[in-house]
Design a protein around this ligand. Structure first.
Ligand SMILES: O=C(CO)COP(=O)(O)O
Length: 252
């Protein structure tokens, strides 16, 4: 049984004060909600304050990226051990915005995924095709390649915590959502690749989230399909009422 996971990716929004203010409004709205694992991913500067504020509330806090090494001369970077030292539990890896603007590659995604597992962080690995790739009929190739390269050399014995997120690039921040059929198809492709790269048992237990213009009114139709185990939400996660509604709708 895969427990749904609903994650908020706040991207470069919300300072520490705004992040904890969100939590003050959000926590009571999902107080009795134990059907889903809820993860908030704020910017690096908000992480410590949000981790502290979320203690005892069954809300997890994760980073939006990290380096794969523990330390070194890498100006501007944050290491896995720095994240675990402040109590972060999850980390987004390979978001398409990191791939597009910050030179994230399948190779660095793979290094980061292994580092996250080695340090007990739950990696949420993002994969997804661009519009041109979809239109050229390349969606399956892209998803299989990104998934298999992310998982290259990963020890199946350590792989259980991995989470994937299918985020079609053309649906991110565009208001254009994948239809439930498109999302379900993509999730099947990713799950089949996990079976090939790891084991069929892991493919059955690893969670795959959908991300891309998830809103309160489409959360149920997208997230209640067989192969979809939750959502990775950008814009609509910035407002506590909207995100709480997504949590409720996605798990009903
Ligand atoms: O990038 C996303 C989550 O990681 C999705 O963003 P939107 O929900 O704003 O489309």
């Amino acid at each position: 049984m895969r427990k749904p996971l609903i994650a908020a990716n706040w991207k470069m929004y919300k300072n520490p004060t705004e992040s904890t203010a969100f939590l003050t409004h959000f926590a009571p709205l999902i107080k009795h909600h134990d059907k889903a694992e809820i993860v908030l991913c704020p910017s690096m500067t908000s992480l410590p304050a949000l981790v502290d504020a979320a203690r005892g509330k069954s809300i997890f806090v994760g980073a939006q990226t990290m380096h794969w090494l523990n330390e070194g001369a890498y100006t501007g970077e944050t290491s896995p051990t720095m994240l675990t030292a402040i109590g972060a539990t999850h980390v987004l890896i390979g978001h398409s915005e990191r791939r597009q603007y910050f030179n994230e590659t399948d190779t660095t995604v793979n290094l980061k995924l292994k580092a996250a597992l080695a340090h007990g962080l739950i990696p949420i690995v993002c994969v997804g095709e661009h519009l041109t790739e979809r239109e050229a009929g390349l969606t399956a190739n892209v998803l299989e390649l990104q998934t298999s390269l992310a998982l290259e050399g990963v020890d199946p014995a350590a792989a259980a915590p991995i989470v994937f997120a299918y985020e079609p690039v053309w649906a991110i921040g565009t208001g254009r959502t994948a239809t439930p059929e498109i999302a379900a198809d993509a999730h099947k492709i990713i799950r089949a690749q996990i079976a090939k790269s790891l084991t069929p048992e892991l493919a059955a237990s690893i969670r795959i989230l959908y991300g891309g213009s998830v809103k309160p009114d489409n959360a149920q139709s997208l997230c209640c399909l067989e192969d979809i185990d939750g959502a990775l939400v950008g814009g609509a996660s910035l407002d506590p009422t909207s995100f709480a509604q997504i949590v409720t709708n996605a798990t009903n």
